[in-house]
Design a protein around this ligand. Structure first.
Ligand SMILES: [Zn+2]
Length: 111
């Protein structure tokens, strides 16, 4: 059961920070994802997660709610409150490490 006030990230399992990652504070980074036409369609969100004795990158794909998306996928997409600076709704919750917060005004706010 997904809390209606938050959406869940699927951890990517990647171990390397990609080029172009933007530090949005509180141990969180984002990378912009564009489609073939250059439209900004979502972000990958990155954070540190404990794994045994070390830290590894954790994160997930955050697709934007864009015009024309079918109703059936709305619960898996985030509403764009603002693109510049980036504000998304609702909050983001990592299903792997429970990293949980909002992206508001281009910054990460822990829940
Ligand atoms: Zn995580």
């Amino acid at each position: 059961m997904i809390d209606p006030d938050e959406r869940q990230l699927s951890p990517s399992g990647k171990t390397q920070m990609p080029d172009g990652a933007i530090d949005i504070g509180n141990g969180t980074w984002i990378t912009k994802v564009q489609d073939g036409t250059g439209e900004w369609v979502g972000i990958n969100e990155w954070h540190h997660a404990p794994s045994g004795d070390s830290w590894e990158w954790c994160g997930g794909w955050v697709p934007f709610m864009l015009p024309g998306l079918p109703e059936a996928v709305h619960s898996n997409h985030w509403d764009i409150v603002s693109l510049e600076p980036l504000t998304l709704s609702p909050s983001l919750l990592c299903t792997s490490c429970q990293h949980h917060g909002y992206i508001r005004n281009g910054a990460w706010e822990d829940c």
